[in-house]
Design a protein around this ligand. Sequence first.
Ligand code: AMP
Ligand code: ZN
Ligand code: FE
Ligand code: FE
Length: 296
Amino acid sequence: MTGPAPRIREGESFADLHLHTRYSDGTYSPKELVGSAVANRLAAISLTDHDTVEGCEETAALCAAAGIEFITGTELTAEHGGTELHILGYHIDTSSPALLSAMGRFQTARQERIKEMVSRLNEMDIPLTTDAVMSLANCRSPGRPHVGLALVRAGICASVDEAFDRFLKKHRPAWVPKMLLSAVDAISLIHAAGGVAVIAHPGLNRIDSSISSLVEAGLDGIECLHSKHTPVMTDRYGALARRLGLLITGGSDCHGFIKGTPLMGTIKLPYHYVTSLGEKAASLAQKSSPLTEIQH
Ligand code: AMP
Ligand code: ZN
Ligand code: FE
Ligand code: FE
């Protein structure tokens, strides 16, 4: 069962399962996001804002009106063996108390981190204020791209990319480490919320050696298709997912206009992977149902 991931079945529709809105560091509102999904003729989308599920309800309603299937989602920031990685949660119950309380803690830590980044910039005589960043972010889950955008708006950097290169990238002067959940706990949290746990863009995080231990911790899938994966990475992770019996997912990781041209439409996940994802969510729900335990 190894070999490259099958691409497209005849007559098949497509999905994008990795998207951000203004509820984290994207520039699209849910309405603009769904408008773009319609323009790209997508059959299904998931909203995977960083450490929040706030935009899901609004996006679900807009998708229902537009005839697009909506899958609840989030992208949790985590670490494994000292390396940052991102875990996508799909089909999660967005009212799960455990999930919401963990997210509340991450959001507070993100807000504190913004203050710390601004104070480091101030120490370099860069006159940015926390209020300027927070009012621009206008969300509970602010991140480095908001600081980057504020630096652009203040005329200090020409682009968000330049802001990352000069100040915000790891080990640059305004970089502040993030509160990171262990990847094992992130997977448990997603499962506790009835969801399916998928490792995001593994090609960008150098975490290949961790995948087998994440599978032991319950990882359900690999995001093989991603806008920053090369075709070689896509095929390699597709083969790995098949070998390990994991789901294959994919998405553009579109953040709207924050980093230039929106990426929606650059990744087209064949719909049968969406079907498999839904089947997995249903089987996990059945396994955790007390009724099933009694029947056994
Ligand atoms: P944070 O969660 O605050 O650490 O910010 C992560 C976000 O910053 C992600 O959406 C990344 O796509 C974006 N990002 C990370 N590195 C860079 C970079 N070098 N240039 C532009 N954006 C970046
Ligand atoms: Zn982001
Ligand atoms: Fe990510
Ligand atoms: Fe993302």
